[in-house]
Write a protein that binds this ligand. Structure first.
Ligand code: HEC
Length: 196
């Protein structure tokens, strides 16, 4: 990431702001102030400092995955190893071996006895959105699952674990594309996306 690229990003955000402002004026000119409230839209363009301080409120999985830390995912996997192995060819334990699961389907191990709840979804492809929801609250996402695990509450933890699982696989699942919303993405994450 060099200064020039940062300038480009700043310029893009600035131009987006100008366009938003101009379209606000135009819509008011056409529809009058009352209509503008319902028809127009207003994009807030925060100051750079404010952007850095602002916590991401709307979770964008693409942005989250781009910033996910594989090493902390490996550490977090300690919460799972009582029941799961992660390595290629690893044994099933209380739960199935998880190698390559993200690029695979629900109930991906033929030699594991899944619950009825999982059997019912057998063959459906896993992806980041689904596993993100599953890991947050397994029993809510797959009602009737026998995975006795409360879930990982922090979005970053779920992202890190998925990044770790994916990093091990031969066939990797590409991360979802980040939705670049200048108002909600923090500059560091935006920079990481810009250099990909
Ligand atoms: C107490 C044991 C236990 C723990 C701890 C546990 N799991 Fe599971 N997990 C299971 C069982 C059992 C299943 C099979 C679910 C079923 O058949 O309903 C499962 C299923 C899964 C699946 C679906 C596999 C497939 O083939 O579709 C994923 C993914 C998964 N676990 C990830 C994790 C992760 C990541 C962690 C750690 C954060 C974790 N699990 C912690 C027991 C556990």
């Amino acid at each position: 990431m060099n200064g020039l690229e940062l300038n480009k990003i700043a310029a893009a955000i600035f131009i987006a702001g100008i366009i938003a402002m101009v379209s606000g004026f135009v819509s008011r000119a056409f529809y009058g102030p009352d209509d503008a409230k319902t028809r127009g839209f207003w994009v807030e363009v925060p100051e750079e400092g404010a952007m850095a301080a602002k916590e991401e409120e709307i979770i964008d999985l693409g942005t989250l995955m781009a910033a996910a830390d594989i090493a902390s995912g490996e550490k977090l996997a300690k919460k799972c190893v009582a029941c799961h192995s992660f390595e290629k060819g690893g044994a099933n334990k209380v739960g199935p071996n998880l190698w390559g699961v993200l690029s695979d389907v629900f109930a991906h191990k033929k030699d594991f006895a899944y619950s009825k709840a999982f059997e019912a979804r057998k063959g459906e492809a896993w992806n980041y959105e689904k596993m993100y929801a599953f890991l947050e609250n397994p029993r809510k996402y797959v009602e009737g699952t026998k995975m006795a695990f409360a879930g990982l509450k922090k979005p970053e933890q779920r992202a890190a674990l998925m990044a770790y699982i994916n990093s091990m696989a031969d066939k990797k699942r590409p991360f979802p594309a980040p939705v670049v919303n200048a108002a909600s993405v923090d500059p560091e994450a935006a920079a990481a996306i810009a250099t990909q």
